[in-house]
Write a protein that binds this ligand. Structure first.
Ligand SMILES: [Zn+2]
Length: 357
């Protein structure tokens, strides 16, 4: 008999994480089967953590079991090119959403029938934004693509795509990191943290995964644990080549602001920050002058009332010669969400800091 679960988990995810055969995993696995150091604590504090994803519930019918339910679609993306073609299947081709959900009754995913109300909602929202010229938050115009350029209608289909790749390459930290982002954007920080933990298990220098774990743990109120992963961001950024220079700087800046939130005052933060020889061992020894990284906090000018004010400190943790565009990285899942992912916070952060003054 199927078990009712408000938040379902893909049995394939459990199978890959635990290295157990899929036949050993129940059709609707309980959360206790999810491995990971932080998963349980994040689940416990889940109401605190998932507020970052707006609640946009819509009625959907599961075509596998016939049951209806309200599910959080998250951000809807409409591919206007497909939408305007008005062919037989234009709606199917045009519509995407990034909320992660599975049927509460049978745990299947991706077999959804969209309600008439949702279709009307999308049409009216698009009409409203066309007539007023004001973009509506709930719907973005464009496509959401996976890191390898694939397009899926439901986040659970994109998840399946990542999991199939991970069956082939279970040790690929980069794919685990992308999968973690997909869960995070889809409103499932518990699944996200499990994926990010798996990522750093395979690559302890996966800077973005440390950043994301730090972010999730901070929201879950686990400050000390968050601080240790955010510190790893600063230590590993020097060699990280998956982001372009400006995104890496924004990620480091956001990291420093999160650490400042944890420590509350600048002197305590500066004391906690990793120093040169932790980043490049031996760099302070006299026989390695060409590798010297100077972290002289007193000489840099930091201003905390705007996001960019932290750049001089962030730049200390970057390789000064690093300026290449990230190779072979097309886009993260959900372009709208992730392009300028760290930049998006820029405005928010600046506002927050201004308020504090
Ligand atoms: Zn169902």
């Amino acid at each position: 008999m199927a078990t009712y679960r408000k938040e379902g988990i893909n049995p394939l995810l459990i199978s890959i994480l635990t290295k157990k055969d899929l036949s050993e995993i129940p059709q609707s696995p309980p959360p206790s089967m999810l491995p990971g150091f932080y998963v349980r604590q994040v689940r416990k504090n889940i109401s605190k953590t998932d507020k970052s994803v707006p609640e946009r519930k819509h009625g959907l019918t599961c075509t596998a079991c016939g049951k209806k339910g309200q599910y959080n679609l998250g951000t809807i993306a409409i591919d206007m090119e497909q939408f305007l073609q008005k062919g037989d299947s234009f709606w199917h081709k045009a519509f995407q959403c990034n909320g992660y959900f599975r049927c509460r009754y049978c745990n299947s995913a991706g077999n959804w029938q969209i309600s008439r109300q949702t279709i009307l909602f999308v049409n009216f929202t698009l009409m409203k934004s066309a007539m007023t010229g004001i973009k509506q938050d709930e719907i973005v115009h464009g496509k959401m693509c996976t890191y390898d350029g694939e397009k899926f209608r439901w986040a659970s289909d994109a998840e399946e795509h990542h999991l199939r790749k991970l069956i082939e390459e279970p040790g690929n930290a980069w794919i685990w990191d992308r999968l973690g982002n997909l869960y995070l954007n889809g409103g499932r920080p518990d699944l996200a943290v499990a994926a990010f933990e798996e990522s750093i298990k395979h690559d302890p220098d996966q800077t973005e995964s440390h950043f994301s774990i730090g972010q999730v743990l901070l929201k879950a109120g686990l400050k000390e644990e968050a601080a240790s992963h955010l510190r790893r961001v600063l230590i590993t950024a020097n060699k990280y080549d998956r982001l372009d220079r400006s995104d890496l700087r924004d990620l480091l800046t956001e990291t420093l602001f999160m650490l400042l939130d944890i420590f509350e005052e600048m002197p305590k933060l500066l004391e906690f920050l990793p120093k040169a020889d932790e980043i490049i061992p031996g760099c302070l020894e006299s026989h390695a002058p060409d590798k010297t990284v100077i972290l002289n906090f007193r000489e840099i000018n930091i201003s905390l009332d705007k996001f960019e004010g932290m750049y001089p400190l962030a730049e200390l943790y970057m390789n000064p010669k690093y300026k290449k565009e990230a190779p072979g990285v097309q886009s993260n899942y959900s372009q709208q969400q992730n392009t300028g992912r760290f930049g998006q916070k820029k405005k928010k952060k600046a506002k927050k800091k201004k308020k504090k003054r």
